[in-house]
Every structure is written in C-alpha cells, then in structure tokens.
Write a protein that binds this ligand. Structure first.
Ligand SMILES: *Cc1c(COP(=O)(O)O)cnc(C)c1O
Length: 435
C-alpha cells in the first residue's frame, strides 16, 4: 500500500492541533519557528514544508468556487478562506507570514518581494490625493525618495522631524501636518518612522509618537521600519506602533542570499495593504519564502552571536588611538537617547558607525586593508561588511543635508557578522595599522 492509499481520517493521518502552550507556558518564537503554521500530515509526512510551485489552486467543486468568490467580493459575509491564485497568496508565503507575526506579537503579516515593495505598497494603500505623511528622518534613502518624489506626483506631501525629537517637538510637527492637510483638502494619512536611523543610529521615541498621535486624535496608523533591530532587539508594536516594516533581506534572511520584505500588525491595518497587494502583485515568491523559513529557525542564534561579537569589537575599537568615536547603541552618550534605548531596546544590534581620525583617505586605506570584513553595502548577514556611506550609499545626498545627518567623510559603516570575535578584532587591528 502506498502512502497515497492511507485513509486521511485514520489517527496517523489526522492533522495535529497546533501547540502554542505547554502547561500554561506560552511557547517562545524560537521554539515555534520549527513548526508553527505547518502540519507534515498534510504534505505526505514531509517534515519540512515542500516548495509549492504553482500559480493556481483547484477547487473541489463548482459550488466551492462560487462560495470562495462570494467571500472575496463581499457578497457573503466572513470573507474567503483557502487559496485561489498565487499572486494573492500560496502555502509557503502563508506559513512564513504566520511565523513573522509570532516575532512581533502581531495578528497578521504580509510578505513582499523586497523591503521597498513592502514600503511602497504600504504607503500607496494609505495615501490618497492631497494627504500628508509625517515621517522621522533620516529614512532609508529609497523610502525618503518614494515619499518626496513618487507620492509627490499624486499630490501627497510630507512633514519630517529628526529621529531624536521630544514629545513637545512631535506635537508641533503633527499640528503643522494637520494644518498642511487642511490647506490641501486632505488628511494626515500615516506617521512613518525608522529607528534607529541610518547611519547615525539615532532612536525614535515610539511611545512619545503614540501619545502625540492619540492626543491629536489622528485616525492614522503609525508604521515603523524595524530592519536594524528587529525582530530580536526591538518590538515596536509593544511601544504603541501599529505596523512594523522589514527588509527581510537583512537580519531575518541573514545570509546575504535573498531579497524580501514584510509588514505586520493588526488585521484591520493589514487588510487595505493586502487588497492592494492582490491588485499590484509584489508578494514574495515560494522559493524565497522557504529560504526565509529556514532563516527564521536560526534568527535568534545568529542575531545573538552577531550582537555579542559587535559588543566585543566595539570595546576594542572604542579605545584605539586612531578612532575618533563610535555610533554604537551599546555606547550611547546622550541621556535622552539612552532613556529611549532603555525603554525600547533589548539589545544594541550589530550595525554601527566607526569614526576614524582623518577623512576619506584614511577610511579608504582602512577599508582596502580589511582581510575578513568584505567591502559591500547591506547589513545583517552572517559575514561582516564595511562601507563608506559618504562616497557610496549617500553620495547622492546633497552635501549640506549629508552634514546635517552626520554622514561625515571619516565615517565607516560596519555590520558585524557571526565570525569569531577575536578574528574580527585581529582584522580591524591590522587594518587600523594601515591607516
Ligand atoms: C535595506 C533596507 C530597506 C530596503 O529593503 P530591500 O529589501 O533592499 O528592498 C529598507 N529599510 C531599511 C532600513 C533597509 O536597511
């Protein structure tokens, strides 16, 4: 008898109920990553989910097909269950989304083909003509460009505020945004944050933003790009954010071998974005979703190790005579920033700025001498990366704005990986000798 002949109603083949608690103990995300949202019984006993390479899904009967579309179109209450077409969703992406929700304590999540797809579809879903977006600064350059150049084509304007702003400053910014919206005949449609900011690592006070939005009685979501510290070191939904955004390309994917993105939050905030994703496409592909599930099994291990490594490397660098300073969340000098860190963060991360004594020439000599660390943009991978923002990622930023953002010529951006910490220190030591 082949497996196909086994009665699916027999005890061996019945799907197992999902276990999320044992003796009242809520299971941790790192435990749930090995099985949450997937039952081997439904896939021939395959311990790991197969990759479902299909564009469409068969209905058991014509009546089932009709019922599904009645649900989708709202002709029948309760919505539609099950899968119909892979631009909307598919098994690997659904399991991935269930597991991503676990990390942020979110009700629902959506996966995308890149971090920027996630951000663009999110903003498009909430912005209407003449609306105003309030955002912290600096943002990831492409996010800032999407607001200032693309959404601007549809009459959407923005008001920005520096990442470290206080409650009073945020109140004033929201008031200005509301006035601007009234003048334009629109509304404030989203407060969009990124914390910590790149490359200064300035933190946004999410709790203050929440209090400010509530006090102003704004009916718009607070979204936050949590790529640098999530999902391990910061859970912004706990501080009052509504939507958490990721470039999964970075720490979550974690091996510098894929590009993907996601958003997560309450279902009511996800629904409009899901509808636009259904229309536009942009969902992550099944192979990438499978890779991300493998990555999620080790995300805590990898991030913990990278965080420990970064602490050791920064301890070494902080006392080096050729080092002018460090922009590392484990060594904050500003009391207000430290207060935000203590309230919001569970770890200092592994991406920081190294300020060398000198300028571009000294940085270039340092970067060219590195033997373990690779010279590349991006972050959050298993390998240590280093780059020079002023001449690379932020070259297109006007000089004045660059100075304002603290992107000086003597700044090297470093993302520490999971190599041996003492090997990394030896590499930095010999590269600093070459400066
Ligand atoms: C990389 C990055 C993005 C963009 O993500 P992609 O996956 O490259 O599209 C957005 N925000 C931050 C903070 C990033 O580091």
């Amino acid at each position: 008898m082949s497996d196909h002949d086994i009665d699916p109603t027999s005890p061996r083949m019945a799907p197992k109920p999902e276990v999320t608690k044992i003796a009242g103990r809520e299971l941790k995300p790192s435990t749930l990553m090995m099985g949450h949202g997937y039952d081997p019984v439904l896939s021939e006993g395959s311990l790991k989910p197969p990759i479902f390479l299909t564009s469409t899904f068969a209905f058991p009967s014509a009546a089932d097909g009709k019922r599904h579309f009645e649900g989708i179109t709202g002709k029948r209450p309760g919505g539609a269950d099950g899968l119909v077409y892979s631009r909307f969703n598919a098994p690997n992406q659904e399991i991935l989304e269930d597991r991503l929700s676990v990390w942020d304590g979110a009700e629902d999540a959506l996966s995308f083909s890149s971090g920027m797809t996630a951000i663009c579809v999110l903003m498009l879903a909430y912005a209407s003509q003449n609306d105003v977006i309030v955002h912290s600064g600096p943002l990831y350059a492409a996010s800032e460009g999407f607001v200032a150049k693309v959404l601007a084509k549809f009459g959407v304007t923005y008001v920005d505020f520096p990442a470290g702003a206080t409650r009073e400053e945020i109140d004033a910014v929201l008031e200005k945004a509301q006035t601007q919206a009234d003048e334009q005949g629109g509304k404030v449609c989203m407060v969009y944050l990124e914390s910590p900011g790149n490359p200064t690592n300035a933190l946004v006070d999410i709790e203050a933003v929440r209090a400010s939005v509530d006090a102003a009685q704004l009916d718009c979501p607070i979204a936050i790009d949590n790529t640098f510290l999530g999902p391990l070191w910061q859970r912004p939904l706990d501080q009052g954010a509504d939507i958490v955004v990721y470039s999964l390309t970075k720490y979550v994917g974690g091996h510098s071998d894929l590009v993907a993105g996601s958003i997560a939050g309450a279902k009511k905030w996800m629904d409009p974005v899901r509808m636009l994703r259904n229309t536009m496409g942009g969902i992550c592909d099944p192979n990438t979703a499978w890779m991300l599930m493998r990555s999620l099994e080790t995300v805590e291990l990898r991030m913990s190790r990278a965080g420990d490594n970064a602490a050791k490397v920064c301890d070494y660098l902080a006392n080096h005579p050729k080092v002018e300073g460090l922009g590392y969340l484990g060594m904050i000098k500003d009391a207000r920033q430290q207060d935000i860190y203590d309230r919001h963060c569970k770890g200092a991360g592994s991406t920081f700025s190294l300020l060398l004594k000198g300028g571009e020439a000294e940085c270039f000599r340092f970067l060219d001498a590195l033997k373990i660390a690779k010279l590349a943009v991006s972050l959050g991978g298993t390998e240590t990366l280093a780059s020079h923002p002023a001449s690379m990622t932020h070259l297109s930023v006007a000089e004045g704005r660059r100075a304002e953002l603290g992107i000086s010529d003597n700044l090297v951006r470093i993302s520490i990986g999971i190599e041996d910490a003492d090997d990394l220190i030896a590499d930095f030591e010999q590269a600093l000798e070459a400066v």
